[in-house]
Write a protein that binds this ligand. Structure first.
Ligand SMILES: Cc1cc2nc3c(=O)[nH]c(=O)nc-3n(C[C@H](O)[C@H](O)[C@H](O)COP(=O)(O)OP(=O)(O)OC[C@H]3O[C@@H](n4cnc5c(N)ncnc54)[C@H](O)[C@@H]3O)c2cc1C
Length: 385
């Protein structure tokens, strides 16, 4: 992103990923060989409830239970990131797909409405017509509603629960009215309890001196309110609950530019809740888009939390950052996923996959998308015979 000090790179969404299953380990090895994934061998730490910092032991175990630290960062498994950025990894996956015969990959498309053609159910005959917007397309392509015809398709795979939720940024109008089973699905997705989160993005021209970790996960109840005057490293005298569940020096990740030192901090559920009371997601049933004003106000509040948290770990006085931004994630994590790898309604020719069905993690999303794709391909092949 462009910032006050030129272009800087942040991972303000997923921070890293782990590979627990052998299938995903194989995939990650291939992506490493292709140069779009690398292990992040940073100094990963845990900040305990009394504010002290414990570095993760170097020994690795694969028998972890998948839960220690933010997204399992302290499970002892290798942490991977996309290189030189996470979006470069996504671009690579898109290019790989596009090289397969018959595959067309379109990016920057927002699907906003669907219509079931041919009426009724049944695996043959009826198709889905999609309408929406393509980034960079002129108004000439669009109808009076600003949407253009995106084509008719045999099958649709919904890769985000938002598509089924009226009022959310990704909602596809008309979808949950297409069938009773889809209305029921939409009700289940609505109950899948999203956990919002705010990301704070900070950049300094010079590295922060003396910080003993590159990432830190916080135990519930760790204090972010510290006595900066004591200067003692990691000592905490405050009693407020933690503002953040995770902080990381993005510049310590492999392949990231070194012109500035970039940090990302993700708010804890309690701090997120407090912020949402001041800046609600929905007012009178209407989704509130995040404005520049909202981002700036949140960034200012969170910078003050970050400063209090980091001061004991920095040599001298923490300087003000050269750049400070915030981002809201309205449905960052799914607390109660639907509990299936993916869902498939063959009679509707529609599948749903991703974190809403399989749970919040890159590996779960990968497994889910792959399984949904296999099921759809098998159905299409069978119906073509
Ligand atoms: C701040 C944050 C930090 C995280 N950190 C980690 C981490 O360190 N490790 C980890 O494993 N997981 C992490 N996660 C969780 C992880 O990012 C998710 O579990 C994962 O991205 C889910 O993948 P997905 O494909 O299901 O959904 P998404 O990644 O949300 O992808 C869904 C896509 O669908 C698109 N879409 C939605 N509606 C439409 C529409 N109508 N038309 C067109 N496109 C649409 C969206 O734009 C999006 O690109 C983090 C999540 C957040 C928010």
């Amino acid at each position: 992103m462009e910032s006050e000090i030129g272009a800087v790179s942040y991972d303000h969404g997923a921070q890293f990923f782990t590979a627990r299953s052998t299938e995903f380990q194989r995939e990650v090895a291939e992506l490493q060989a292709a140069g779009v994934v690398a292990e992040w061998t940073g100094r990963h730490a845990r900040i305990t409830a009394d504010g002290s910092c414990q570095l993760l032991a170097q020994t690795r175990s694969t028998s972890s239970n998948g839960g220690a630290g933010f997204c399992g960062s302290l499970d002892g498994l290798p942490l991977y990131v996309g290189t030189p950025t996470n979006s470069a990894l996504c671009q690579h996956l898109g290019q790989q797909l596009a090289q397969q015969q018959g595959v067309i990959v379109e990016q920057g498309v927002k699907v906003q409405a669907v219509e079931r053609l041919g009426g009724g159910c049944g695996t043959s005959g009826s198709r889905w017509r999609l309408r929406g917007t393509r980034q960079g397309r002129g108004a000439a392509d669009a109808g009076t509603d600003g949407q253009e015809d995106l084509g008719a398709y045999d099958t649709v795979v919904l890769a985000d629960g938002m598509t089924l939720l009226p009022g959310s940024a990704g909602h596809i109008s008309g979808i949950e009215q297409a069938a009773t089973s889809l209305a029921q699905l939409a009700a289940s997705v609505a109950a899948a309890t999203p956990q919002p989160c705010f990301a704070l993005m900070l950049a300094w021209r010079q590295p922060l001196p003396g910080v003993p970790f590159d990432s830190a996960s916080f135990d519930a109840g760790s204090s972010s309110s510290v006595d900066g005057s004591s200067g003692s490293r990691g000592a905490s005298s405050g009693s407020s609950s933690a503002a953040f569940q995770w902080i990381a020096c993005d510049s310590s990740k492999p392949g990231r530019p070194q012109d500035a030192q970039c940090w990302v901090a993700l708010t804890s559920p309690q701090r997120t809740q407090q912020l949402l009371e001041s800046y609600p997601l929905v007012v009178d049933g209407k989704f509130q888009p995040q404005t520049e004003q909202l981002r700036a106000a949140v960034a200012a509040e969170l910078l003050s939390d970050f400063t209090a948290l980091m001061q004991p770990f920095v040599e001298g006085v923490l300087p003000p950052p050269a750049s400070c931004h915030a981002q809201r994630w309205g449905r960052a994590f799914v607390a109660s996923p639907l509990g299936a790898e993916f869902l498939f309604l063959p009679s509707q020719r529609l599948a749903l996959c991703g974190d809403v069905t399989a749970g919040s993690s890159i590996e779960s999303a990968w497994r889910s998308g792959r399984a949904a794709g296999d099921a759809v391909a098998a159905m299409l092949l069978a119906s073509a015979l």
